[in-house]
Design a protein around this ligand. Structure first.
Ligand code: GLP
Length: 243
């Protein structure tokens, strides 16, 4: 299987290209379920998608979304939660009814049950048509850290110290970064019909090298994408600098 690789100049071009693709997918389908990611990388995609939507409004009634992950212990109202991020960056400005959007509930009393229910909800709508992905500098996808089984479904994870450090800026200090998160598993991610991975900057160059030129190994979770039949990797020149 070949991964489709598209190298563009810089971050703004990643954002425009990705947004146009997501926009077109929504336009073309009668009903669509999109998997969404957080982190810094998709911010430009969401901004550009909103711009396209304001020019020619999308029919958001046909759209259902599932996010990859959420911190355990961060409430929807907490500005550090991914639910808050998604509401602010995309859902509220897009005008999508929040009932059509899904983010794992990091405040659930029973996290195990929440994971199972999340997986069941994805199945119930027929799975994800298009999954947008970012990648951690250590190759994690969602919050599936190195070593995670390729057979994993939505589960609770302990965050690695490098991931907690990378995200500390959003929390003010490292100590405030949660120790745990809920994430779609690697099998859940691979279940999507199409995957669009975005990578920007030199920080992601090693992960891009492993993905395209290394072995498929769970030490670099992103390499599992080589086993998927419909993956596009959209990266900028810096992320491609080791290829
Ligand atoms: C975070 C998120 C991932 C994201 C990754 C990269 O830990 N859980 O879903 O893809 O890190 O983040 P960024 O885009 O900020 O580099």
């Amino acid at each position: 299987i070949e991964v489709n690789v598209r190298i563009v100049k810089d971050y703004p071009e990643i954002s425009e290209t990705a947004a146009q693709h997501v926009y077109d997918c929504i336009q073309q389908k009668e009903k669509i379920t999109i998997g969404l990611a957080t982190g810094d990388t998709p911010l430009g995609l969401y901004r550009e998608l909103l711009r396209l939507h304001h020019e020619h409004p999308l029919n958001v009634s046909k759209l259902t979304t599932f996010n990859l992950d959420e911190y355990v212990g961060e409430a929807a109202e907490s500005s550090c939660s991914y639910r808050y991020y998604m509401n602010q960056q995309l859902f509220l400005p897009l005008g999508i009814p929040l009932a059509q959007t899904h983010v794992p509930d990091g405040m659930a009393a029973d996290i195990e049950a929440e994971c199972e229910q999340y997986e069941a909800q994805m199945k119930a709508v027929g799975g994800i048509d298009l999954q947008v992905l970012g990648v951690g500098r250590n190759g994690h996808i969602g919050f599936n850290e190195p070593g995670t089984s390729f057979d994993s479904h939505t589960h609770k994870v302990e965050l690695s110290s490098s991931t907690r450090e990378a995200n500390a800026k959003h929390f003010g200090s490292l100590e405030r970064v949660p120790q745990h998160a809920i994430t779609m598993g690697i099998a859940s991610i691979l279940h999507a019909k199409e995957i669009l991975l975005l990578a920007s900057g030199e920080r992601k160059a090693q992960a891009m090298f492993q993905l395209l030129e290394g072995e498929v190994t769970n030490e670099w979770p992103v390499t599992v994408l080589r086993r998927h039949a419909n993956v596009t990797v959209l990266m900028d020149e810096e992320a491609a600098s080791l290829l």
